[in-house]
Design a protein around this ligand. Structure first.
Ligand SMILES: C[S@@+](CC[C@H](N)C(=O)[O-])C[C@H]1O[C@@H](n2cnc3c(N)ncnc32)[C@H](O)[C@@H]1O
Length: 262
């Protein structure tokens, strides 16, 4: 089954599985934003509500949680989940673009975006919107994958570099976005900037293939003539060999940056 929906982004089943792998780092983003009971929180590019539901439980009925996403199916699922979890009274999701947030100025205490900026050609308009809707003294947190840091421990070095480059430059709109966020936060005069680099490690080849969307990346690499069929088979055989010896290892960093609006 494909991990992508019709818009070219990942589907909700995929996001749920990856959400379970990233549970700890997600919780850290809530802490970096100082989310507490009564907080008003926005999740930009919220997907199926992977974060808005736990956030709604954290802030309780005195607080407010909103999620926006361009994908109507994700929003429908997020709203159903809010009902199932008994938080729909203070947790709502809407279809919207990240660079035109349908909220008043300074209406949130905390605003986050996870694995959204990799899908945006230009990060500026979205970051500006996130800042606009955050109150003075409120916090913004961005978590994204630094695809340039992806590494697969196999002996086919040249093939591995070409494959990881295909991931970086062709599997998302802006694979370099994550590492550019800390500087952008500074340029937008956020205070108390807190940067954390979080490694994500896969020691299981089947899981890396699924959560790394390898079938799609192999297809893209073939289509763009970045690797040929024989090279893809070679790469697979190398990974399978490493896996059979108990030595398969893929790791990639995530960049988590938080800051306070002055
Ligand atoms: C990789 S998913 C991450 C979803 C969620 N943040 C999570 O952690 O599970 C990226 C999401 O961003 C949404 N998205 C992409 N471009 C967007 C845009 N310009 N405005 C709002 N949402 C967008 C996609 O529909 C998708 O749900």
């Amino acid at each position: 089954m494909s991990n992508q929906n019709d818009n070219g982004y990942v589907n909700s089943e995929y996001l749920n599985k990856l959400g379970a792998v990233l549970e700890n780092v997600k919780r850290t983003t809530y802490q970096r934003m100082r989310v507490m009971e009564g907080s008003r929180v926005l999740d930009v590019g919220c997907g199926p509500g992977t974060d808005t539901i736990p956030l709604a439980k954290l802030v309780g009925s005195w607080g407010r949680v909103a999620g926006i996403d361009t994908d109507a199916a994700m929003i429908e699922q997020a709203n159903s989940r809010a009902i199932q979890n008994g938080v729909s009274g203070w947790c709502e999701h809407r279809v919207a673009e990240s660079d035109a947030l349908p909220f008043d100025d300074e209406s949130f205490d905390a605003v986050r975006a996870e694995r959204l900026f990799q899908h945006l050609q230009n990060p500026e308009p979205t970051l500006r919107e996130m800042l606009r809707v955050t109150r003075a003294g409120g916090y913004i947190c961005v978590l994204d994958t630094d695809y340039a840091s992806a590494s697969i421990a196999i002996d086919e070095h040249e093939l591995e570099r070409r494959f990881t480059r295909a991931v970086l430059e062709h599997s998302v709109k802006n694979g370099y976005a994550a590492r550019e966020m800390p500087l952008l936060f500074q340029q937008h005069e956020l205070d108390e900037i807190d940067l954390e680099i979080v490694p994500v490690v896969y020691a299981d080849y089947a899981m890396a293939r699924e959560l790394g969307r390898w079938n799609e990346i192999e297809r893209i690499a073939l289509e763009l003539n970045l690797l040929n069929e024989q090279e893809i088979q070679h790469l697979r055989a190398s990974c399978e060999r490493a896996d059979a010896q108990g030595g398969f290892l893929l790791h990639v960093n995530m960049v988590m940056v938080a800051g306070r609006k002055g």
